[in-house]
Design a protein around this ligand. Structure first.
Ligand SMILES: O=C(O)C1=C[C@@H](OP(=O)(O)O)[C@@H](O)[C@H](O)C1
Ligand SMILES: C=C(OP(=O)(O)O)C(=O)O
Length: 449
């Protein structure tokens, strides 16, 4: 993370002066980095996490694992000569132990993935976090862990704060959960599953299950670490995942760029009719952000995967879209921002669970886009957005990184938008204001050339 100058409480979102033309290198994926750290910490031998995301969420994850006894050595650049370049973290597993206190901040991955890990530690592990973390659902993970043999002290609300009384091992076995509020409940139990005495069989009983690509990411990364995982997709029972008990391999993982964090930059090309290239866009990935190629193309752009990365070009026209975002919920704020600038209405469906994210994202998007003159209405499971001429004003972020980047996207096209607490982007993209300015700086150089 480079040192950023203090950011103003109200950050004037820069207006695009013409079409945006830039190449933007996006840091590593939050979801891959935090899974890689957990799997490396649970492995039987040391491993590497290369090109990790360095942000608040990944720092919270590595601090928490260190508090449990894991060694994580951060080096400035790769030493293996594998050509991956950039930072590399050496992860040295150890017998996990307490007592320890873990700060989850407002990171869903930390608050959901680590209580199962804590059951494997010897001693009391206390979990606490930001005020919002007390409101985000965790009850299904708590009761599942109890069914699998864990002892947990909580206040009965099904949320933080809580203390896992780690016994140094967990029996594991079969458990039913309703993961309709968050796919992270399933991922959490699967990630530690190989280390439970009997492994784990997770049976999802709810009617919906959001963010399936993130569960696929969990399964793929487990398999790459040597775990045996049965999934519904591989001809298994619907909504049932099984992880056999086994040791995990220490691996050398190169983290892909965070495609969801590429979103505001692609949106800049889309809404200004410019071109943005994102280097190292993976040809195959489980990241939900890959869906942006399809969604932003339907909204008026076009794209090509080249050796230089993903080259995304706007046409100057922005179309509304009717789309189910249940699988890719974290893309909703950025899509809503573009939809507010489109030439026709949009309906974003399948994302009721966003009410339980960093903030109630459906309420926040409605309030903030309408505060700039928009016409957004909440539906039972999403948003209906009728584009209206927007005006400047303060765009509140509710401590939500994706609200801040969504506001910046609108600010490219609407004069006088000020983002309150843009520093909240530090959750997953600490350099966002500088990256945004650099993108526009490249644009100015192209225009001046
Ligand atoms: O497992 C993960 O890394 C994530 C899963 C998703 O959570 P939900 O299923 O709660 O939406 C996603 O929104 C979040 O940003 C990251
Ligand atoms: C929902 C998100 O984060 P978390 O991992 O905290 O759930 C997100 O990044 O959009």
């Amino acid at each position: 993370m480079t040192e950023t100058p203090a950011l103003p409480a109200l950050w004037p979102a820069p207006l695009a002066d013409g079409t945006v033309h830039a190449t933007v290198t996006v840091p590593g994926s939050k979801s891959v980095t935090n899974r890689a750290l957990v799997l490396a910490a649970l492995a039987a031998e040391p491993g590497w996490v290369r090109r990790p995301l360095r942000s608040r969420d990944s720092q919270l994850m590595s601090d928490a694992l260190r508090a449990l006894g894991v060694g994580i050595e951060e080096t400035a650049s790769s030493s293996s000569g594998d050509g991956s370049g950039g930072e590399a973290w050496r992860v040295i597993p150890a017998a996990l132990h307490g007592p320890a206190t873990i700060d989850v901040g407002n990171a869903g991955t930390v608050m959901r993935f680590l209580p199962p890990v804590a059951t494997l530690a010897a001693g009391d592990i206390r979990f606490d976090g930001d005020p919002r973390s007390y409101e985000r659902p965790l009850g299904q993970v708590i009761s599942a862990l109890r069914t699998l043999g864990a002892r947990i002290d909580d206040d009965g609300r099904g949320a933080l704060p809580l203390t896992v009384q780690g016994g140094g091992a967990l029996e594991g076995g079969v458990v039913e959960i309703d993961a309709s509020n968050s796919s992270q409940f399933v991922s959490a139990l699967l990630l530690s599953g190989p280390r439970f005495n009997q492994g784990v069989e997770v049976r999802h009983t709810g009617t919906t299950l959001p963010s399936m690509p993130h569960i696929r990411m969990t399964v793929e990364m487990l398999r790459a670490a040597g775990a045996q995982v049965d999934t519904p997709e591989a001809g298994g029972e619907p909504n049932v995942w099984r992880v056999a008990p086994s040791a995990l391999l220490g691996r050398d993982v190169v983290v892909e760029p965070d495609l969801s964090n590429a979103q505001p930059f692609l949106a800049a090309a889309l809404i200004t009719g410019g071109t943005v290239t994102i280097p190292d866009w993976p040809r195959r990935t489980t990241q939900p952000g890959d869906e942006l190629r399809r969604i932003f193309t339907e909204m008026g752009g076009s794209c090509e995967l080249t050796d230089a990365g993903l080259v995304f070009t706007g046409s100057g026209k922005i179309h509304g879209i009717d789309v189910d975002l249940g699988e890719v919920g974290e893309l909703t704020p950025g899509i809503a921002a573009v939809a507010a600038l489109a030439d026709s209405p949009s309906t974003l469906r399948g994302v009721a669970h966003l009410r339980l994210h960093e903030t109630d994202r459906l309420a926040a998007l409605t309030a903030e886009i309408n505060g700039l003159g928009g016409e957004v209405t909440e539906t039972a499971d999403g948003l209906h957005i009728r584009p209206r001429p927007l005006h400047g004003g303060v765009f509140h972020t509710y401590d939500d990184h994706r609200m801040a980047t969504a506001g910046a996207v609108i600010g490219l096209a609407v004069q006088g938008v000020e983002i309150e607490n843009v520093a909240t982007t530090a959750k997953t993209l600490p350099d966002f204001p500088k990256m945004w300015a650099d993108m526009l700086g490249q644009t100015a150089r192209v225009a001046g050339a």
